[in-house]
Structures are given as structure tokens and as C-alpha cells.
Design a protein. Structure first.
Length: 197
């Protein structure tokens, strides 16, 4: 019985029980349609699947500004748009979220996710530079807000890198030209449009 009470206490302290009412208030206490993620200076400030003992969420979430969203032991939080979650390329050449790595690879998921950091997804912003999803958010957030930057990300062209023939190609074109085996090393060695970042 004590274990059950202890578990209920932990769940209530985390504030991540789905039955709770979200506090939808903005910077000045005004009602808002949605919350803003805290961004890169905060732990769990970007939208993602933040796996730890207190969180095994099926939907991505972020820590939020102005105590907007649900209260939690380490600060307010809210579910966020899954289209704005970081993805990395697995050995099959396809992009997956950390949750998908975890589901597919099981106990090896975390290590494989970490190893795939060099193969993080990037897309081209209006300045023609390739950004990770987090960098892309930082670039657009002030002008477009939480929903606007995600919409821009979804429609942005994928990263291109300079191939041996002097042309800029996407990952798929690298595979097509070099084949699956050589494409990995060629891609990593190729000049990126983010070289000066």
C-alpha cells in the first residue's frame, strides 16, 4: 500500500498526469492559444521526446515559458508539434526520432541515437544555410512564433552538400550517385552550406 501511495505522490509531483488542466497563460497573464517552448538555454527547452525516469511520453513535449501549460517538478511543460522534433539518420539511411530509435532498437536505442548525432537532419532556411531543427527554430522563432517556425520547417528543402562533381546534392542524390556504402563517408566529408555557422 505504501508503494502505491509513493507512486501516486511521484506522479502528482511530476505534474504530468493527463487529467490535469493546463494553465494557458502568457507572459502578462493573458489567455493564450498555446505555450512557447523555452528553447536551448533550458533543459528540455526544445520540443522532443525527453526520456528519463519521470517521462516516458508518447507525444513530444518541452519546458515552457511563463508557467504556461502543465505544472511539473522541474517547471511547466506542454506537448508540442511532433513535426518539430529532431531526427537522425539510422543505418538504413532514413530519418527517425529518438522515440523511433528507442522503439526499433530497444536497449541499444540510446547508444545508436547518440552515435547518429553526426547524421542529424538539417534543412535550408531562407538564408540558404542548413540548420538542425533546433537551430532552425532559433532562426525563425522571433519572427514566426511556435507554429510559424514549424510550418516553415515542414516546407523547407532538405540540406544539400557539395559533391565531387561540384554540384550541391541532397542525401538521396548522394545515395543514388555513390551507392549506399560510399555515400555515408562522402556525405560526412562533403562541404555543407553551414560551414560558416
Amino acid at each position: 500500500m505504501r508503494t502505491v501511495h509513493g507512486l501516486l505522490l511521484v506522479v502528482s509531483l511530476l505534474g504530468e498526469a493527463p487529467a490535469q488542466q493546463a494553465n494557458m497563460k502568457g507572459e502578462f497573464g493573458q489567455p493564450v492559444l498555446g505555450c512557447s517552448c523555452k528553447g536551448g538555454k533550458a533543459t528540455h527547452g526544445y520540443c522532443g521526446f525527453h526520456f528519463h525516469w519521470g517521462s516516458q511520453e508518447d507525444k513530444p513535449w518541452c519546458r515552457t515559458k511563463y508557467n504556461c501549460g502543465f505544472p511539473g517538478l522541474k517547471g511547466s511543460w506542454q506537448h508540442c508539434d511532433g513535426r518539430g522534433v529532431e531526427r537522425r539518420r539510422a543505418n538504413d539511411g532514413k530519418l527517425y526520432t529518438s522515440k523511433e530509435f528507442k522503439e526499433f532498437f530497444g536497449s541499444e536505442g540510446k547508444d545508436r541515437w547518440t552515435a547518429a548525432e553526426v547524421h542529424v537532419e538539417r534543412r535550408l532556411a531562407q538564408d540558404a544555410k542548413a540548420y538542425t531543427v533546433f537551430e532552425f527554430r532559433d532562426y525563425y522563432i522571433d519572427a514566426l512564433g511556435e507554429t510559424g517556425w514549424v510550418n516553415e520547417w515542414v516546407t523547407a528543402r532538405p540540406e544539400e552538400r557539395l559533391a565531387d562533381d561540384g554540384k550541391w546534392w541532397t542525401w538521396e542524390k548522394f545515395i543514388e550517385f555513390y551507392g549506399k556504402e560510399k555515400a555515408w563517408n562522402k556525405w560526412v566529408a562533403a562541404t555543407s552550406s553551414r560551414t560558416d555557422l
